[in-house]
Design a protein around this ligand. Structure first.
Ligand code: IPM
Ligand code: MN
Length: 358
């Protein structure tokens, strides 16, 4: 992507603490852009629970077309205590992922120096892997329904949909990513082929076929239950994991706590195709109980901004932000937990900005 023009970023602060952490990420963006000498334009969008309660809409008409034209989207958080579960998640977050065909959910799991992990005896050298989660299919596709709802004979069906195209493009992207990554050159497929003998058989066969195109990458397999056990017992085993949407959702919360928690973990919803729009977000959610208190950890949002910078061609800016974050987590912060950081949300943003100059 060209860096000679301004990078256009749509910002959806969203719900709860989303806008607070997004503000710190933008503070860091502003500072690093001036140090590195590139221009950017922000378009702030008020999508989220408050707008939904006011207007009844999650994504207004035409919004998707506007979003297709930006270079990247930055999302704070989705989830509002006064909105029933599913409405914002499906109407906003999943709608964006699906409509923009962001078929990769990239979730790096890296323990920064000085950050506490709940795993005894494990450090930054041991916890450094990446989860590539398929992001458009599986149980997330919303296929299903009720029969005889509300009666004693009720039936509920929720289908997992897997397509050859959907798993192949994700698996192929994961092999390419593993090749670029400077670690063990091993890609682990995480699935449940012993029970999901249709859907995950398709994933398994596709994985085996694509693997023949990458003789430099070691293809590996874990059942999802065993993967959870190994992630806790021997996290150093993993290099890159590729997995289905629902399993990817679950194992990345487990992985998130290994790297210091939801205050640190960030992800990218990528559409890697030419002209595709990708979206970057902290994994933490809207944390309603901490809203407006200036106590939430903005590091995950700042990490998400670093991923956005890398994705939009600002590699040296991304590296600079990551080393500033490493400095702040390693030498300043007492904890990565909300309210126990030793600093406020805005102070952490300031510390990262300060560290950009080192
Ligand atoms: C995530 C979240 C979402 C998901 C929810 C909010 C729909 O948990 O990004 O991991 O399940 O994908
Ligand atoms: Mn999740």
């Amino acid at each position: 992507m060209s860096t000679s023009k301004n990078t256009k970023i749509a910002v959806i602060g969203g719900d709860g603490t989303g806008p607070e952490v997004a503000a710190e990420a933008i503070k860091v963006l502003e500072a690093v852009a001036s140090l590195e000498g590139f221009g950017y334009e922000l378009e702030h969008l008020d999508f989220g629970g408050e707008r939904y309660l006011r207007t009844g809409e999650t994504l207004p008409e035409g919004a998707m077309d506007d979003l297709r034209r930006v270079d990247a989207i930055f999302l704070g958080a989705v989830g509002h205590p006064d909105v029933p579960p599913g409405i914002l998640e499906k109407g906003l977050l999943l709608e964006l992922r699906f409509q923009l065909d962001q078929y990769i959910n990239l979730r790096p799991v890296k323990l920064f120096p000085g950050v506490e992990t709940p795993l005894a005896g494990k450090g930054p050298d041991d916890i450094d892997f990446v989860v590539v989660r398929e992001n458009t299919e599986d149980m997330y596709c919303g296929t299903g329904g009720f029969l005889k709802k509300g009666t004693p004979d009720e039936v509920a069906i929720q289908s997992a949909v897997y397509t050859r195209k959907g798993c192949e493009r994700c698996i192929r992207w994961a092999f390419e990513y593993t090749r670029r990554r400077d670690r063990g050159k091993m890609l682990t497929l995480v699935a449940k082929t012993n029970v999901l003998t249709f859907g995950h058989d398709l994933w398994w066969r596709t994985f085996q076929e694509v693997a023949t195109e990458y003789p430099d990458i070691k293809p590996d397999y874990n059942h999802v239950d065993a993967c959870c056990m190994w992630m806790v017992k021997n996290p150093e085993y993993f290099d890159v994991i590729v997995t289905t949407n629902m399993f990817g959702d679950i194992i990345t919360d487990l992985a998130g706590i290994l790297q210091g928690g939801m205050g640190v973990a960030a992800g990218g919803n990528l559409n890697p195709d030419p002209g595709g729009t990708s979206m970057f977000e902290p994994m933490g959610g809207s944390a309603p109980k901490y809203t407006g208190q200036n106590v939430i950890n903005p590091i995950a949002a700042i990490n998400a901004m670093a991923m956005l910078l890398e994705h939009t061609g600002h590699d040296s800016a991304a590296t600079r932000v990551m080393s500033a974050v490493t400095h702040v987590t390693g030498t300043k912060m007492k904890s990565q937990a909300a309210g126990r950081m030793g600093y406020s949300t805005t102070q952490i943003g300031d510390l990262v900005v300060e560290a950009l100059n080192q």
